[in-house]
Design a binder for this molecule. Structure first.
Ligand SMILES: [Zn+2]
Length: 188
């Protein structure tokens, strides 16, 4: 991962420029990191004194944000966060998010969209697109009435994704990671 400042969207910009909340979301969603908030807070604390310039520096900040017992298990503690930042920088999954959103909007009223993914990160994006279109209102909970004007577009059919049955897995082991989610476009 490079930390050059010059790129239009660089790791430097993500780490030093994004809000703590957005950082935490990226680390959680793209890195599947359960200590995302702690890491985002540690990054924020460090960058308040001086911008984070190197991956070594970042790696140490992440390591220190993860509780000691969790640090000892598995790969290097910074690995998930680096993956998350790389995905954000490369926009690797942004194409999928847009494609699923567009597909939902092309549906006729009452039409059904079904998406099968083969990676948990992809599944999460489909899940979040469906959820956003089912509950699009961005008003704060304290608002007495909706003022953002965003209306529900979809109704989720699969509360949990469908996965392959034991029988199917025997016949086709590669179906193991497959997840199917479906939603119906509202009748207006
Ligand atoms: Zn609203």
């Amino acid at each position: 991962m490079r930390m050059d400042r010059g790129d239009p969207l660089s790791a430097y910009e993500v780490i030093n420029g994004y809000s703590t909340r957005r950082l935490a979301e990226i680390i959680r969603d793209y890195g599947e990191e359960r200590f995302a908030s702690r890491i985002a807070n540690a990054i924020d604390k460090a960058r308040r004194s001086a911008p984070i310039e190197t991956t070594t520096e970042l790696s140490e900040i992440i390591r220190s944000a993860i509780p000691a017992p969790a640090r000892r298990e598995g790969p290097h503690p910074a690995k998930r966060t680096f993956q998350a930042i790389r995905i954000e920088v490369n926009g690797e999954l942004a194409g999928l998010e847009k494609a699923v959103t567009d597909a939902c909007r092309f549906l006729n009223p009452g039409g059904v969209i079904a998406v099968i993914t083969f990676h948990s990160l992809e599944d999460r994006i489909v899940k979040n697109v469906f959820k956003d279109l089912q509950h699009p209102c961005t008003c704060p909970p304290s608002a007495p009435v909706c003022i953002c004007g965003r209306k529900q577009e979809l109704e989720i059919i699969t509360a949990k994704p469908l996965t392959a049955s034991g029988g199917e897995l025997t016949a086709n082991p590669r179906a193991r990671s497959a997840k199917l989610r479906a939603a119906r476009r509202l009748l207006q």
